[in-house]
Design a protein around this ligand. Structure first.
Ligand code: OX2
Length: 798
């Protein structure tokens, strides 16, 4: 794939002219991007074909990562980096009078996911290719991604995100690989001459699933894997059956929009249709592939691993059963063995409201044959387990109960592996949330702590840091992330520490520039940048951050000369459109920003920046500029978190509760390089058990906190009469579900320590350095190698 700069320039000019019939100099940024994207795609396509041909020829075992969400971010620079031609192309573009970064920004960032779960899937796709594993992604090609967030008068407004408005240069439509997905219909059985039952499934509503494939380029290893996203269309030749506008709309609707819910699900018919649609299409294309190998069915799990990312693709289990039973004529026991050995499942949350449950009647109407199979799985499960584990425990693990189908139960029973996403999270699953299943299937449970790809989150997002690392410790860390620990040897090297400070300052200036241009806000790059970027959710406790800001505000109002570190508080967060409380919090933060940013008495000692439309691209701008990483969820609630790892890799110091992967971050970085506060998970559990928590009491007894909380209702913050009251009530009158009041004092104390540490530049730079140097183990390359080794049983290509 290598290029020489001159060759690249010629090819670029030619590609552009062929596409647009004029010179590149006259093109828009979007056109310049499209030409470059086309050229790049052309460059890797040989390796793409080659990779897939080799897998097929060698009959390599392949993993299929089924995920309802993928958040790849802009792909141009990541493809260039992984192809090993980033520098060459950058130079070539420059010689052509173009700025690669500017051209790259013309790419639309595909927001086909909500947050951590979708981004994890994309980090994994990059790591699967980069570690040389035979793997594929399987998901949905949503016509509209996650909504575009706007603030109007401080309120979140959602606008449609039409990410396909320009041509998507990376995808390839594969009409010849389309499959039919069937909904509804009537099921009956007839007996064959040989006595076998035959299933007749007729009068179905048939939808065409058309795949769009996108290359997943491995890091300098010639491997190019495939991400397949399915789009719903009317079957060819079947137009007559979809004669009305409404019928056609119904088909299109299936892959029209991403559900904008994170850790929360909406019990809607359309959502199940989406889930079955891409699960069925994926399983069908896998079976079609396997049949071409002409192997015995019992070898299916030796050639195929299907991984389901949370419960959203769980219908892959009964779908595989259906195909093996009804279409391929296997017995139940054969089909069940194959299915269980093939499928593995990741759990991403213990929040009850995020546990998918569908009304039985809905599945029965929408997927009558799948429903029968689920019933049979459930019946056999109960028959087999009740004598062994007793009626009570067994019934608690039933898939169908009280007219509902529990997807997690189906996922656990129908798979051979269940993993959590951080040590603490897996411990909670085993000891509590999924304990009944653990009793039955202890061998299925395992932990796979999440990871991130430093290729995107350091090499692409933070070029300054990358250059500084290359200079200081060489370049091995790029292919072996653990090697970054060599940096620890420089912890007392003043010159290195100063350089690191300069890198951070440059990144902070870049963000300050953005704030000035896009938000008309002046911020001081020398202030401490305090960052909380993640979906807005009560358990993540953005509000605790707010209480801290208000406390500082009061101190500065009382005494403008008080010795407080100048800080810029940066927020990025979308709220699910139906999540009223989260939207109230957004309004509150914006109102406080207005108040404080414009209060001359505060004299810029506090600035609040709430960026609009937070997503992967903005994360790449903010993370390198962060000094403090806020990871302050109530202990036990955040399964893992991944922004904690990205921020750490970029030298931010974590302010954290002992929740999710924060625990492992602390273990790696050491107590002196992190700020830990708040209740521990067991203490939270204990409160839940004994029910003695009383937030009203804390409010009454803590005058400092009381004063802060009263700001919400005393008119100090203009424009939030209703929001302030509701939020105040949730915390004080309705017993503060997430224990903010309980954690307030220790949070404030930890923030003071951070101020003190920051004022000693050498100390702070050393902390930053130690965070970077300890971030290697959180590479998704290692995470994915553990999945490959322990769950999927596949090995990197040699
Ligand atoms: C998220 C979890 O909330 C987060 O803690 C985790 O880091 C991420 O998944 C990746 O594992 N929807 N989003 C999540 O869980 C669900 C369900």
């Amino acid at each position: 794939m290598a290029f020489d700069v001159q060759e690249f320039k010629k090819e670029y000019q030619k590609t552009f002219e062929e596409l647009f019939a004029y010179g590149y100099e006259d093109g828009s940024k979007t056109e310049q991007f499209i030409a470059l994207g086309d050229l790049v795609r052309g460059r890797y396509s040989e390796d793409w074909i080659q990779t897939i041909t080799a897998y097929n020829k060698k009959q390599e075992k392949q993993v299929y990562y089924f995920s309802m969400e993928f958040l790849p971010g802009r792909m141009l620079k990541s493809n260039l980096l992984n192809m090993g031609i980033l520098d060459c192309v950058k130079q070539g573009m420059e010689e052509l009078g173009l700025d690669l970064d500017e051209v790259a920004r013309a790419e639309v960032d595909p927001a086909l996911g909500n947050g951590g779960l979708g981004r994890l899937a994309s980090c994994f796709m990059d790591s699967i290719a980069s570690t040389g594993l035979a793997g594929n992604g399987n998901g949905i090609r949503y016509r509209y991604g996650l909504f575009k967030q706007k603030f109007i008068n401080g309120y979140q407004i959602e606008l449609p995100e039409n990410w396909l408005r320009n041509r998507n240069v990376w995808e390839v439509r594969k009409e010849n690989k389309a499959v039919i997905v069937r909904f509804g219909g009537d099921v009956s059985f007839t007996q064959d001459e040989d006595g076998r039952l035959r299933v007749n499934h007729v009068n179905t509503r048939d939808i065409l699933a058309v795949p769009y494939d996108t290359a997943q380029v491995g890091y300098k290893n010639g491997i190019v894997n495939n991400l397949r996203l399915w789009s719903a269309e009317i079957p060819y030749g079947d137009e007559a059956r979809f004669s009305t506008e409404q019928q056609r709309e119904e088909v299109k609707r299936i892959t029209e929009v991403l559900y904008p819910d994170d850790s929360n699900y909406e019990g809607r018919l359309l959502r199940v249709q989406q889930e079955y649609f891409f699960s069925s299409a994926g399983v069908q294309s896998i079976v079609r592939y396997f049949k071409r190998l002409k192997l015995d069915w019992s070898l299916f799990p030796d050639k195929i691993a299907i991984h389901i990312n949370d419960t959203h693709p769980t219908l892959a289990i009964p779908e595989l059963m259906r195909i093996l039973l009804d279409e391929e004529g296997l017995t139940w026991d054969q089909a069940w063995e194959i299915t269980k050995k093939t499928v593995s499942y990741t759990n991403h949350t213990i929040l009850q409201e995020a546990m998918e449950r569908w009304p039985e009647t809905m599945i029965q109407d929408l997927l009558p044959r799948i429903y029968q199979i689920i019933q049979e799985i459930n019946r056999r499960h109960i028959d087999k387990k009740a004598p062994l584990y007793g009626e009570d425990l067994t019934m608690r693990t039933a898939i169908i109960a009280n007219g509902q189908i529990k997807m997690a139960n189906l996922a656990i029973i129908g798979s051979h592996s269940v993993n959590g996403v951080a040590k603490l999270h897996t411990d909670i699953l085993v000891a509590d949330t999924l304990h009944d299943f653990y009793v039955m299937y202890p061998q299925k449970f395992n932990n796979k702590t999440n990871g991130i790809t430093q290729r995107r989150w350091v090499q692409i997002a933070n070029e300054n840091l990358t250059a500084m690392l290359d200079e200081t410790i060489g370049t091995d860390w790029k292919s072996d992330p653990e090697d970054i620990k060599i940096l620890k040897a420089h912890r007392d090297n003043k010159e290195v520490l100063d350089k690191l400070e300069q890198v951070k300052l440059a990144n902070k200036r870049r963000f300050a520039e953005y704030a000035r241009k896009e938000m008309n806000l002046e911020i001081d790059p020398n202030a401490l940048f305090d960052v909380q970027i993640k979906r807005l959710h009560a358990y993540k406790r953005q509000l605790l951050n707010v209480l801290h800001i208000l406390d500082r505000y009061l101190q500065l109002k009382d005494d403008p000369k008080v010795n407080l570190q100048k800080r810029v508080f940066i927020f990025g967060a979308k709220a699910a459109p139906s999540y009223y409380y989260a939207k109230q919090i957004i309004k509150l933060i914006n109102a406080i920003a207005d108040l404080i940013n414009n209060d001359p008495a505060i004299n810029d000692k506090i600035k609040i920046v709430f960026v609009e439309n937070y997503g992967v691209s903005l994360a790449e701008l903010i993370i390198p500029a962060a000094d403090i990483s806020e990871q302050i969820s109530l202990a036990g609630k955040e399964a893992s978190g991944t922004s904690n790892m990205k921020l750490m890799s970029n030298g931010a110091v974590t302010m954290a509760t002992l929740d999710g992967a924060n625990v492992e971050i602390r273990d790696n970085v050491g107590d002196e390089n992190i700020f830990i506060f708040g209740l521990k998970s067991e203490e939270v559990q204990e409160y839940y058990r004994n029910g003695v928590y009383n937030s009203r009491d804390i409010y009454d007894k803590n005058p400092r906190l009381k004063r802060v909380l009263n700001l919400l209702i005393d008119g100090t913050i203009p424009g939030v009469e209703a929001e302030g009251r509701d939020i105040f009530d949730s915390l004080v009158m309705y017993n503060d579900e997430y224990f903010l009041l309980k954690d307030f004092d220790s949070y404030i104390r930890a923030q003071y320590e951070a101020d003190t540490a920051f004022s000693d530049r050498d100390r702070w730079n050393r902390m930053a350095l130690m965070n970077i140097a300890s971030s290697g183990p959180f590479s998704s390359d290692y995470t994915i190698l553990r999945y490959a080794d322990e769950i999927w049983k596949i090995k990197p290509q040699s």
